[in-house]
Design a protein around this ligand. Structure first.
Ligand SMILES: Nc1ncnc2c1ncn2[C@@H]1O[C@H](COP(=O)(O)OP(=O)(O)OP(=O)(O)O)[C@@H](O)[C@H]1O
Ligand SMILES: [Mg+2]
Length: 235
């Protein structure tokens, strides 16, 4: 089995004459924690949408967990997403008429089977055990974001993709989310985190900078937690 969980080769996304992504090459190893930084409009979300099986590249190949998904149908992409990926967005995308625990259980439903106790445990893990029956509008922004984290990790995805996961959070909530990312990393989960926050970016082992749709810089953070080879093999 290939040690890379994700391999982008010459991936472009072109809108008219705009190259939102311009021949991007990127390899992410199993269990690696990578941050993606870059100015507004540099292509970060575009790249996450392609990795997250929500969009196709215009050209280039995307290999995720040993499968070339570049030309998968939308139906097949949805399957891969449900099986493999946990998504955290800046705009929370919680279902407004469902409670916190029901929002987590929807994700279980699409993956396999809803399990209320497991969903409750996930909410407890993000410090929201006492908010399980609140609707999104009855939760603060930080709490809603933590429900999203619980929803993303409930099915033990191989890879967690987060687009500005701490953008709307105060320092305390940011700390909670980063601690959970650290735990996921320790458990062998691969993390790709888009952020404008230098502190959040530096938590990753590797920081990739995009500009005008191209990878322009790569920084290794030696002080960040390293991949555990034992755990890595289990994923
Ligand atoms: N559906 C679309 N149609 C046309 N242009 C698009 C579309 N989606 C994105 N773009 C353009 O592609 C470029 C990259 O957008 P993207 O959302 O990836 O940027 P970003 O790096 O995530 O920025 P931000 O930090 O502001 O979130 C932008 O110039 C944007 O306007
Ligand atoms: Mg974006």
């Amino acid at each position: 089995m290939n040690d890379a969980l994700l391999e982008l080769s010459k991936v472009s996304k072109i809108y008219g004459d705009l190259h939102a992504l311009d021949e991007v090459d990127l390899t992410v190893g199993r269990g690696e924690w990578v941050s993606i930084v870059g100015p507004s409009g540099s292509g970060k979300t575009t790249m996450m949408n392609i990795i997250g099986c929500m969009d196709h590249p215009t050209s280039g190949t995307v290999v995720l967990d040993n499968r070339d998904i570049s030309e998968f149908s939308s139906f097949d992409l949805t399957q891969v997403r449900r099986e493999t990926i946990g998504l955290i967005f800046q705009q929370f995308h919680l279902i407004p008429h469902l409670t916190a625990i029901e929002n987590v259980m929807v994700s279980q439903y699409y993956h396999s089977m809803p399990d209320e106790q497991e969903a409750r445990n996930a909410l407890e893990r993000v410090g929201l055990g006492d908010r399980a029956t609140h609707l999104p509008r009855q939760l603060s922004g930080g709490e809603q974001q933590r429900v999203c984290v619980a929803r993303a990790l409930i099915n033990s995805p191989k890879i967690v993709l987060a687009d500005e996961p701490t953008g709307n959070l105060d320092a305390n909530n940011e700390h909670i989310v980063l601690d959970i990312f650290g735990e996921l990393h320790d458990e062998g989960t691969t993390l790709i985190v888009v952020t404008h926050d230098a502190t959040v970016a530096a938590k990753a082992q590797r920081e990739i900078r995009l500009d005008h749709g191209k990878v322009v810089e790569e920084i290794i953070h030696n002080d960040a937690p390293q991949v555990s080879s034992v755990l890595k093999e289990e994923k």
